[in-house]
Design a protein around this ligand. Structure first.
Ligand SMILES: [Zn+2]
Length: 58
């Protein structure tokens, strides 16, 4: 199974998209990206839950 997500799904004007073999790894990519590219946005468990609702299987 491969999963993907686009940063633009979260109303960010951002071209980043991520693909990973499972949701946990995908979330790690999104977390790193959020911390590095979208400060001062904070990575929280609540945000992780929101991100999960946008994950697509590809
Ligand atoms: Zn982004």
């Amino acid at each position: 199974m491969t999963v993907s997500i686009r940063c633009a799904d979260f109303n960010n004007d951002c071209p980043a998209q991520f693909t990973a073999p499972d949701q946990d790894e995908l979330l790690q990519h999104v977390e790193l990206h959020t911390r590095s590219a979208h400060q001062p946005m904070e990575w929280t468990p609540e945000l992780a839950e929101v991100v999960k609702t946008h994950v697509k299987q590809v």
